[in-house]
Design a protein around this ligand. Structure first.
Ligand SMILES: Cc1ncc(COP(=O)(O)O)c(C=O)c1O
Length: 402
C-alpha cells in the first residue's frame, strides 16, 4: 500500500464520476486535466480530439460561459477572458498588424482609448478617431487609412452615444474591413450587433452579464473562424478567465432579461423626471424622444438600457455636491450592477482635464453619469432629489463657476 503522503494526494484528487446533469455548471477549479495515456494527451493538446489539458488553454466552466454568451449574441462561437480589456485586446490584436491604422469612434471607454493609443500605438498600430454619428467622416477615415478594422461601442460613455451598427458595418465591409463592437453597455438582451453586421463582439462581463459587481470577466463572440484566430492570443498572453469567475458570470445570465428590463424602466422614469428639473441643463438617455440617438435606438435596441447622463447647472461644484448628497447610489466608476452607481466624470474619471480639455471631449463640468440599478424607483428619485437640492445650494451660494 502507498504511504500516507502519496495516499493523501491520490485520495484527494479522485474526481467523482457523475452520470446525472447538475442544475448549475460546476466550477472546474483545476489547473490541469489528466489523460488516460500519452497519445490522448498529445491529441488533446494538438486539437486532434476534443478535451481539456490545461486551464490556460481551455476549461469546461469558462468554455460553458463563452458558449452561453455566443448563444445569447447569436454568434457561432465565443471565448472567455480574464477581463473585458483582455477580451478587447485579443479581439483587436487578432485583426491588425504593425504599420496598419485602426479607425475607432471618439466615444470610447477611456482604457480602450489608452490601449489603442499607448499600447498598440507603441507597437506600430496607429488609430484615427472619428465621431460615430458622422457617417461621412467614418467613410472618409476608412478610405484615407485603408484600416482593416472599424472599432465602435453600441452605446458609449459618458454622454450615452448610440452607434448605428448596420450603417457602420456597411461602411467597414465596403472597405474590406471588419467591424468590432463593444456591446457592454447594451448587453445582448438590448442589442445583438452580429444581427446588424458586426464581425466580432466584445463584452466586459464585469458589468451587466454578471450584474452583481462581484467579478471581473470578458468575452468575445463571432464566427468560429474568427474566434479560432483569437485562441493563440488568449493562450500566449495568458488572459484566461478563472473558473470561479466564469461560474459567477454564468450565475448572472438567467436574470439578465429581468434585470435589463427593470434597469431600462427605471432609467426612463428617472431620465424623464430629470428633464423637468430646474437645475438640470440637459439629459442624455436614448429612450427620450429628443435624444440624438433615439431613432437609431428604437430600431437597434430592444430596451433603452440602464445608463443615463445629465448636465447640472453650476458646473463642477454642483456635480460634486450632487454626488456627496447621495445616500443610496454608490459613488464609484463601474456600471451594470444591481446597485445604482453615480459618477461625476469631471471630478473623478476625467479630473485631470481642465475646462478646455473637458469641452473638447464633450464633457460639461456639471455632467453626471448614472448606472441605474434595481432599487425602487421612488427611493432613487428621493436620492436624486437630495442631490439636486445640494447642487441648487451651490448655485444659491453664488458658486458653481463653469
Ligand atoms: C464599455 C466598456 N468596455 C470595456 C470595459 C473594460 O472592462 P473590464 O473592466 O472588465 O476590463 C469597460 C469597463 O468599465 C467598459 O465600460
Amino acid at each position: 500500500m502507498a504511504r500516507f503522503s502519496t495516499r493523501a494526494i491520490l485520495a484527494s484528487t479522485r474526481s467523482p464520476h457523475v452520470d446525472q446533469t447538475p442544475s448549475a455548471v460546476p466550477i472546474y477549479q483545476a489547473a490541469a486535466f489528466s489523460a488516460d495515456d500519452a497519445a490522448e494527451l498529445g491529441d488533446v493538446l494538438t486539437g486532434a480530439r476534443p478535451g481539456y489539458a490545461y486551464s490556460r488553454i481551455d476549461n469546461p466552466t469558462t468554455a460553458a460561459l463563452a458558449a452561453a454568451v455566443a448563444d445569447l449574441e447569436g454568434a457561432e462561437a465565443g471565448l472567455a477572458f480574464a477581463t473585458g480589456m483582455a477580451a478587447i485586446h485579443a479581439a483587436i490584436v487578432s485583426t491588425v498588424h504593425a504599420g496598419q491604422t485602426i479607425v475607432a469612434t471618439q466615444a470610447l471607454y477611456g482604457t480602450t482609448r489608452d490601449l489603442l493609443v499607448r499600447i498598440l500605438g507603441g507597437l506600430g498600430v496607429a488609430t484615427e478617431f472619428v465621431d460615430p454619428t458622422d457617417l461621412v467622416a467614418v467613410e472618409a477615415a476608412m478610405a484615407k487609412t485603408g484600416a482593416p478594422v472599424l472599432y465602435v461601442e453600441t452605446v458609449s460613455n459618458p454622454t450615452i452615444v448610440v452607434s448605428d451598427i448596420a450603417a457602420l458595418a456597411a461602411i467597414a465591409h465596403s472597405h474590406g474591413a471588419l467591424l468590432l463592437v463593444d456591446n457592454t453597455f447594451a448587453s445582448p438582451f438590448a442589442c445583438r450587433p452580429i444581427e446588424w453586421g458586426a464581425d466580432l463582439v466584445m463584452h466586459s462581463a464585469t458589468k451587466y452579464l454578471s450584474g452583481h459587481a462581484d467579478v471581473l470577466a470578458g468575452v468575445v463572440v463571432g464566427s468560429s473562424e474568427r474566434i479560432d484566430a483569437l485562441r493563440p492570443i488568449l493562450v500566449d498572453v495568458g488572459a484566461a478567465l478563472a473558473p470561479l469567475a466564469a461560474f459567477l458570470v454564468l450565475r448572472g445570465l438567467p436574470t439578465l432579461s429581468l434585470r435589463m428590463q427593470r434597469h431600462s424602466e427605471t432609467a426612463l422614469d428617472l431620465a424623464a423626471w430629470l428633464e423637468g428639473q430646474d437645475n438640470v441643463e440637459r439629459v442624455f438617455y436614448p429612450g427620450l424622444p429628443f435624444d440624438p440617438g433615439h431613432e437609431i435606438a428604437k430600431r437597434q435596441l430592444d430596451v433603452f438600457g440602464g445608463m443615463l447622463a445629465f448636465e447640472l447647472k453650476g458646473g463642477r461644484e454642483a456635480g460634486r455636491a450632487f454626488l456627496d448628497a447621495m445616500q443610496i447610489a454608490e459613488r464609484t466608476a463601474s456600471l451594470g450592477a444591481v446597485r445604482t452607481i453615480t459618477t461625476h466624470p469631471p471630478s473623478t474619471t476625467h479630473r485631470q482635464l481642465d475646462a478646455a480639455a473637458l469641452a473638447a471631449s464633450g464633457i460639461a463640468a456639471g455632467l453626471l453619469r448614472c448606472s441605474v440599478g434595481l432599487e425602487d424607483v421612488e427611493d432613487l428619485r428621493e436620492d436624486f432629489e437630495r442631490g439636486l437640492d445640494a447642487a441648487r445650494a451651490t448655485l444659491a451660494k453664488g458658486g458653481g463657476a463653469k
